[in-house]
Write a protein that binds this ligand. Structure first.
Ligand code: ADP
Ligand code: MG
Length: 360
């Protein structure tokens, strides 16, 4: 798969969840903004350090690094990291995705075409078909595939040896992967939502690359509304740039950023349509919970996975939603954010405001 197609697939997945629809120009810009080395990558200190060690050790041994699994919500840098891994190893990168591998034969073709030391990136690896998954176990562990020739009782499996390669898998949640597959990765990097300070650095870096004049308070405003996600931060920067260019002298100040983001209906804390729908359902329809995630997902007309992997991490992080053994619960801050009176007897009241992530 070409990088453009990949970005398009990501956009399709993501555009329904965010206000700013991307056009072709935006995709090109996004590719241009990707950090190219681990040093250029902002934030994710832990993963950066851990992965840096894995790669350095492999370089010293002159071997392909262990297989790497990257997990985390969309837009946090999984694809970027896969590209960085290949770049840091000076190795070619092949890109495919779980949904694109519908038959084991598709995977066999990709694997048998790999050259020594190559990096194979499988995005959304949790969505691969079962037979392909089993083929991958063998390829990861023994660097071998069994190619089946023929059909029915006459079919024979021909083993093909593979050169050492590095598999980089990306998934929105490591927990979705079957254990045997997860266990075959030598290193798993969990990407966390970014804090505002890191997002501010990302916005400033992007502004530099895009030649946007950006004041510090403008960067802070954009960072604060990016729901912990670099992809959103970069997208908001581009929308604010448009506004600054058309309505002012092109300089992005806090005031300009605020006006632009209000115009694009970006929530002051960055909550998107799905986030707000989840909170709204939780408070108005279920009295603040506790309610099961599946019920909540049905109420907002989304897949359970989407609510769990896209909306929930951010809502938990901002202190609007809590996971309890009995289900999801709205915190008092959630009621306040929706402009609703906080119910006195709500289970939610147990959650103190002190536990909130102080973003503003
Ligand atoms: N740590 C980071 N520093 C700077 N920019 C980042 C970082 N992580 C992600 N980005 C930017 O965010 C965009 C989305 O990242 P991507 O790797 O496509 O996310 P994912 O694959 O996890 O959905 C990229 O275009 C990249 O420019
Ligand atoms: Mg990606």
């Amino acid at each position: 798969m070409h990088e453009d197609d990949l970005d398009r697939a990501e956009e399709d997945y993501f555009s329904s969840l965010t206000i700013a629809e991307a056009d072709g120009d935006d995709r090109a810009v996004e590719a241009a903004l990707r950090p190219k080395t681990l040093d250029e990558l902002i934030g994710q200190q832990r993963v950066r350090e851990q992965l840096g060690l894995v790669l350095e050790a492999a370089r010293q041994r002159e071997r392909a690094p262990d297989h790497v699994l990257l997990s985390g919500p969309p837009g946090l840098g999984k694809t970027t990291l896969a590209m960085i891994i290949a770049a840091e190893m000076s190795a070619p990168l092949r890109i495919t995705s779980g949904p694109a591998i519908t038959h084991a034969g598709d995977l066999a073709a990709i694997l048998s075409g790999l050259n020594e030391g190559e990096v194979l990136f499988v995005d959304e690896i949790h969505r691969m078909s079962r037979p392909a998954e089993e083929m991958l176990y063998l390829a990861m562990e023994d660097f071998r595939v069994d190619v089946v020739i023929g059909k029915g009782p006459g079919a024979t499996a021909i083993p093909i040896d593979l050169p050492p390669f590095t598999l980089v898998g990306a998934t929105t949640r490591a927990g979705l992967l079957p254990g045997p597959l997860r266990d075959r990765f030598g290193f798993t990097g969990h990407l966390e939502l970014y804090d505002p300070a890191d997002l501010e650095l990302i916005v400033r870096r992007s502004a530099g690359l895009l030649d946007v004049t950006l004041k510090d308070d403008g960067a802070a405003e954009i960072a604060g509304r990016s729901r912990g996600t670099p992809r959103i931060a970069n997208r908001l920067l581009r929308r604010v740039r448009d506004y600054a260019q058309v309505k002012a002298d092109g300089t992005v100040t806090q005031q300009i950023a605020e006006k632009a983001l209000d115009l694009y209906e970006v929530d002051p804390l960055g909550l998107d349509r799905l986030d707000l729908a989840v909170l709204d359902a939780l408070c108005r329809r279920f009295g603040g919970g506790p309610v099961g995630i599946s019920t909540l997902a049905v109420a907002v007309g989304e897949e359970r996975e989407t609510v769990e992997e896209v909306a929930e991490p951010f809502l938990v992080r901002t202190g609007f939603l809590a996971r309890t053994p009995r289900g999801r619960v709205a915190t008092p801050a959630a009621w306040e954010h929706l402009g609703l009176p906080v119910p006195a007897n709500a289970e939610a009241a147990a959650w103190s405001r002190d536990t909130l992530w102080d973003e503003a």
